[in-house]
Design a protein around this ligand. Structure first.
Ligand code: SF4
Length: 243
């Protein structure tokens, strides 16, 4: 089986525990104002890649992943858009004893029995999952990403119910995603989930801006500054109350 892949990174250190082989899949239905990978939005722009190609590369470094408590992370783009590909990839990883992690924005509706079954199969071979809660308020989420988040919050509940360990992540953009009430509401939501082990606040950075320009898109956050250390700490304190 193959899937549309944007790129791979052999030794990632920021997308999950330990050293990780990161597969960035292509295709995303959100349009986050701060996106640093706008080149991953259109699925067909990716390279069709066989699972066997990924596995043969991955197993070369298995001892490093094992020694560091790492494994594979499928990020994006949005991995849920190629759920069957990720499921088959993870099944192969499990045969090799490799720890599996999904980095997702949860942007898929699981409102049919078929989708629910697909999710069940995916989560059965998923050791952990990192979920972005970009904003709690549905209207603000739509302004930031182009879609509301009802289905994303529901996805978090489904993962929790399935007993899969989760990390929750929030990109912090001053004046945009640092609203105190929204952080408090996000924390209250996280508290309702049973499997959250860690919360990460990721400071906004401008490294993706040049890609928007290269692609001919108007960057919506021109002039936006990253958050101060104090602001990041404050957000960490609010969200940290949830676990
Ligand atoms: S979910 Fe990720 S890849 Fe998709 S638009 Fe947002 S930041 Fe970009």
């Amino acid at each position: 089986m193959n899937g549309y892949v944007h790129s791979v990174e052999s030794f990632g250190t920021v997308d999950g525990p330990g050293l990780r082989f990161i597969v960035f899949v292509q295709g995303c239905g959100l349009r986050c104002a701060y996106c640093h990978n706008p080149d991953s939005w259109k699925m067909k722009d990716g390279k069709l890649t066989e699972i066997s190609e990924i596995i043969s590369e991955l197993v070369k470094y298995k001892e490093f992943f094992d020694a560091s408590g790492g494994g594979i992370t499928v990020s994006g783009g949005e991995p849920l858009l190629q759920m069957e590909f990720v499921t088959e990839l993870f099944k192969e990883c499990k045969k090799h004893g490799i720890h599996t992690n999904i980095d997702t924005s949860g942007d898929l509706k699981f409102n049919t029995p078929e989708r629910q079954q697909q999710l069940k199969e995916l989560l059965a071979v998923t050791d952990m999952l990192m979920l972005d809660i970009k904003m709690f308020d549905a209207k603000k989420h739509k302004e930031l990403t182009g879609k509301d988040n009802t289905h994303i919050l529901e996805f978090g509940r489904l993962v929790s119910e399935a007993g899969v360990p989760m990390w929750i992540r929030r990109v912090l953009v001053p004046g945009l995603t640092d609203d105190e009430e929204d952080l408090e509401n996000t924390a209250a939501y996280i508290k309702t989930l049973k499997t959250v082990e860690k919360i990460e606040v990721l400071p906004y950075h401008t490294m993706g801006e040049y890609k928007w320009k290269q692609l001919g898109y108007d960057y919506p956050l021109t002039g936006q500054l990253p958050p101060s250390d104090e602001l990041v700490k404050h957000a960490e304190e609010i969200l940290g109350k949830a676990i």
